[in-house]
Design a protein around this ligand. Structure first.
Ligand SMILES: N[C@@H](CCC(=O)N[C@@H](CS)C(=O)NCC(=O)O)C(=O)O
Length: 245
């Protein structure tokens, strides 16, 4: 049986879940694995980790490469933009791998800020985290240049794996009160990409969730709120909870 170890918030794992959906592949969900479970699955102790029969993989880039090479896409309705058939295009391998690695760096910068935030270390008060936040703005400007136009992402005519991971990280930023932003009037291609991918059934089936300490995402009302809430709404979890008391 195929098994995915992940946490509900991880943008890397969400990209893998979205691609599994695009390929119609079901999987057993090992959510929020304990340290012991992580250690038995991967030396990195990180999520996502995928077990697919005798194939055992970690690191989202390796997993995504494997899924794209192994499983065909589900048939799609003609109105929907096609999902890419390759992890990287054979004639642009180096470029597409560079884009993927750069999007992963954006993810690492962002999740490092997030992890430290919940331990009480704000990025503005720490030199390394301040560098991560500055790096993010440089990366976002580079992504805006690399995206083709408002109708296409990194690859013309299809929604690519790199598009998926980029949008997962942007939506992670929108659902954490971390004092980070990705959206800007000077980045119309990024906004168009995020709007377009948000409408894919796979993005709705595997939603980005608001998260703050104290949240229990097994409560259906809270889960529904967490799937909708963004930093643009100006309301956080304590305020939402108080509004229902
Ligand atoms: N390069 C890895 C990064 C994965 C990663 O950073 N996962 C985070 C969750 S978003 C994690 O497991 N953090 C826990 C830890 O580092 O101990 C990938 O792309 O899969």
């Amino acid at each position: 049986m195929r098994k995915l170890y992940f946490t509900a918030g991880s943008p890397f794992a969400r990209a893998v879940r979205i691609v599994l959906f695009e390929k119609g592949q079901s999987f057993e969900r090992i959510v929020s694995p304990s340290l012991e479970e992580r250690a038995s699955a991967t030396p990195t102790l990180q999520v996502p980790t995928l077990i697919d029969d005798d194939i055992h993989l970690w690191d989202s880039a390796v997993i995504l490469d494997y899924l794209m090479a192994t499983y065909p896409n589900l048939p799609q309705s003609p109105e929907q933009r096609p999902f890419a058939t390759d992890y990287v295009r054979s004639e642009h391998q180096l470029h597409d791998k560079l884009v993927h690695a750069t999007v992963q760096t954006f993810g690492v910068s962002t999740t490092t800020i997030s992890q430290c935030h919940w331990t009480g270390m704000m990025h503005a008060d720490n030199a390394h985290l301040t560098r991560c936040a500055i790096r993010n703005q440089h990366l976002l400007d580079w992504f805006e240049k690399e995206l083709i136009d408002e109708d296409n992402g990194f690859v013309a005519g299809v929604d690519s794996v790199q598009d998926v991971l980029l949008v997962c990280i942007c939506q992670f930023i929108e659902r954490r009160p971390l004092n980070l932003v990705w959206d800007s009037p000077k980045r119309p291609k990024m906004r168009a990409l995020t709007d377009r991918l948000s409408k894919r059934p796979s993005f709705n089936a595997e939603p980005a969730l608001w998260w703050e300490p104290g949240m229990d995402l097994t409560d259906p009302d809270q889960l529904a709120w967490a799937s909708r809430a963004t930093i643009a709404d100006g309301i956080d979890f304590p305020a939402w909870k108080a509004s229902r008391a």
